[in-house]
Write a protein that binds this ligand. Structure first.
Ligand SMILES: [Zn+2]
Length: 365
């Protein structure tokens, strides 16, 4: 393993890389994983690395996994980067083709692998639906129990998917934040292993960024556009680009753009302002108090990107545009294209289409 240590984003407190903790014990904020980049540099400079097929575990040296023999994988990632027919210089990273239909599988493969390394028998997860389905599937694969907590608005398709994998589902009154609080309470009481928007997930989701650069022949696009719920994906993509730059695989950084729903847009120009009663049909990005809010702001500022908000109507329009090119996205997944168009982005632009349209029953056509 090339992970060096865990560091709190806010207060800088450090922890050993293999600690069984989920947030900073001093200030309660999210943690980040730091690596021995000089070791990683030696591994990725080889021609066989550069030429290997694009897939999630190609970039194993950038993940905090100890034993590659214990990896719980279902061939997540390696998704196509599809060139748009309608929009000049736009590319779509279609994440709907992952094993459970969303980009969440990239984080789940790391989280469940870590749970297995730790000999955990059960995991908890608060989710708007996609992450819960993904954790349920990877837990089933690993033969451990998963308990998923969803807000009442989670789509019946996603709940059906979670149950199909044999996980238990608890509907929590209120929003995603209420479901999250409940899992934290259970963790405090029983110590059950937490999965969700914690650092292991972010580490796994970096592969979306790694793959985009790899697929563009080790060149960065000018812009990468991500839907923003908790902000983990945007932070992860930014970190991926920075890490590739650190080990000499990337010369110029892309600008990173985040897109929220106008009915749930807690990340504003300079700060994070939690939204108590979010109102959007885009359930996968319906997170009123984003876990990675501060990191999103930092990534956007440092990469000279921007944060945009789009209406459900604008997302539905982009959903139709994507479908007219053969890509069936869920409403939240179309937020990236809607945001790119709203911001009028020019130059090579990669829009991350985060989830499959089959995950929602409501028709926007
Ligand atoms: Zn701290």
């Amino acid at each position: 393993m090339h992970a060096k240590k865990l560091v709190c984003f806010k207060c800088g407190k450090e922890f050993p890389a293999n600690s069984r903790i989920f947030w900073c014990s001093k200030c309660g904020y999210s943690l980040d994983v730091e690596y021995h980049y000089s070791e990683i540099k030696n591994l990725v400079e080889r021609e066989e690395f550069l030429r290997a097929p694009v897939k999630h575990w190609k970039y194993w040296m950038f993940y905090p996994v100890q034993d590659l023999q214990k990896v719980v994988s279902m061939h997540e990632g390696g998704t196509a980067l599809i060139k748009s027919r309608h929009f000049k210089d736009y590319w779509f990273k279609f994440e709907g083709v992952n094993p459970t239909g969303s980009f969440k599988d990239r984080g789940s493969t790391i989280e469940i692998t870590k749970a297995i390394e730790n000999c955990e028998k059960e995991v908890l997860c608060a989710s708007t639906g996609n992450m819960g389905a993904s954790i349920a599937a990877y837990s089933a694969r690993a033969g451990i129990k998963a308990s998923i907590f969803v807000p009442e608005f989670a789509s019946s398709e996603k709940i059906r998917q979670i149950k199909a994998y044999g996980a238990s589902v608890t509907k929590v009154k209120g929003t995603y934040d209420h479901a999250l609080e409940l899992t934290k309470k259970i963790f405090e009481k029983k110590g059950t292993y937490l999965t969700g928007d914690y650092y292991y997930r972010a580490e796994g989701q970096k592969s979306v960024g790694f793959e985009i650069i790899d697929q563009l022949n080790w060149e960065s696009p000018e812009n990468i556009v991500c839907p923003v719920g908790n902000g983990t994906l945007l932070f992860a993509v930014f970190k991926a680009c920075k890490e590739f730059a650190k080990v000499g695989l990337l010369k110029s950084m892309p600008r990173i753009y985040g897109v929220q729903a106008t009915g749930c847009n807690p990340i504003k120009k300079a700060k994070v302002l939690p939204v108590k009663n979010p109102k959007t049909e885009a359930s996968a990005i319906d997170c009123g108090n984003p876990v990675y809010g501060l990191e999103v702001l930092k990534a956007i500022k440092e990469s000279k990107g921007q944060i945009a908000a789009v209406s459900d109507k604008e997302m539905a329009k982009s959903m139709k545009s994507l479908a007219s090119e053969g890509i069936f996205a869920e409403l939240s997944g179309a937020a990236s294209l809607a945001g790119a168009l709203k911001l009028g982005l020019k130059g090579k632009t990669a829009c991350i289409v985060s989830g499959h349209g089959l995950k929602e029953s409501k028709s926007y056509y």
